[in-house]
Design a protein around this ligand. Structure first.
Ligand SMILES: Cc1cc2nc3c(=O)[nH]c(=O)nc-3n(C[C@H](O)[C@H](O)[C@H](O)COP(=O)(O)OP(=O)(O)OC[C@H]3O[C@@H](n4cnc5c(N)ncnc54)[C@H](O)[C@@H]3O)c2cc1C
Ligand code: FES
Length: 251
């Protein structure tokens, strides 16, 4: 049974309009957290269901997460102030599986950059982060503080590499051999990364997002299609994921 904790908000920053970065005191969660796992958060207000938000970072006694205001739940979450207690369940799901000594590519898009910060720090990797434009670039300093090989990409060329992060990654892969690709981002990015990984025969892990209900495998709201047969054709993203082997995922 997953435990629920009341965690004190100790830091709140608005990274850019409508995108918030929270740090909470959460000793029990930080003790067992893995990169790529998520929290299921009671956002307060009139929301009934918890909302899933990835763990962005964690350390002794604290957990950091960041989120974009999308609808009612995240709008309510953004109203919490430093000193308030937030009710959260976690850490939930399966995170990324890293192998010591591997050479990796880490690629994230938009709010999908949050769960890959730990990978940028913990792996010997080249990191590609994609955003629509310069105003939406977030966490550049955080990534550059932990990794020397970070490429910021903007779709409209207003900052950094001019084009999609997958294009920058594709160019990198022409000249560099890697053992693993890790990705979190919007579905078109996940699909493209899966294709490139298969074409180049590189193992790849994708972090998927589905709407969630219970967060613990009971309601089947979050199922995704996989290559499994029979009952295994559909898997719960909350308990079997959110990180999957790309080969297993059917888009
Ligand atoms: C494992 C996991 C990790 C996540 N991590 C983060 C994170 O680190 N930061 C972050 O900002 N968001 C993250 N999300 C997405 C976040 O959970 C949703 O944006 C949030 O639940 C929306 O709730 P809401 O009440 O504000 O909006 P709603 O009113 O419920 O929805 C607003 C809009 O967002 C869409 N939406 C809602 N939930 C999802 C979803 N799960 N995937 C895609 N679209 C959705 C709806 O279709 C609608 O268009 C994550 C989702 C999952 C499943
Ligand atoms: S959210 Fe209920 S089974 Fe995944």
């Amino acid at each position: 049974m997953k435990k629920v904790y009341k965690c004190e908000l100790v830091s709140k920053t608005e990274l850019c309009p409508g995108i918030f970065d929270f740090v909470v005191k959460a000793p029990e969660i930080s003790e067992t957290a893995e990169i790529g796992q998520f929290l299921h958060i009671d956002c307060g207000g009139k929301t009934l269901l918890r909302r899933p938000i990835s763990i962005c970072d964690f350390g002794e006694g604290y957990v950091r997460f960041a989120f974009q205001v999308k609808g009612e739940g995240t709008r309510e979450l953004a109203k919490f102030e430093v000193g308030d207690m937030i009710d959260m369940m976690g850490p939930l799901g399966h995170g990324f599986k890293m192998t010591p000594g591997e050479k990796a590519v880490v690629i994230g898009g938009g709010i999908g950059v949050f769960p890959v910060l730990g990978l940028a720090r913990e792996t010997d990797s080249a990191v590609f982060l994609g955003f629509r434009n310069k105003d939406l670039v977030i966490m550049e300093d955080d990534f550059k503080a932990v990794n020397d090989n970070v490429t910021i990409c903007t779709d409209d060329g207003s900052y950094g590499y001019d084009g999609f992060a997958i294009a920058a990654m594709g160019e990198y892969l022409l000249e560099n051999k890697v053992d693993m690709i890790y990705c979190c981002g919007p579905t078109p990015m996940l699909k493209a990364v899966k294709q490139i990984a298969e074409y180049r025969n590189i193992p790849c892990q994708l972090s998927l997002e589905e709407r969630m209900g219970c967060g613990i495998g009971a309601c089947l709201t979050c199922v995704c299609k996989t290559t499994g047969k029979g009952m295994a054709e559909h898997k719960q993203v909350c308990t079997c994921g959110p990180v999957f082997d790309a080969k297993e995922v059917v888009f």
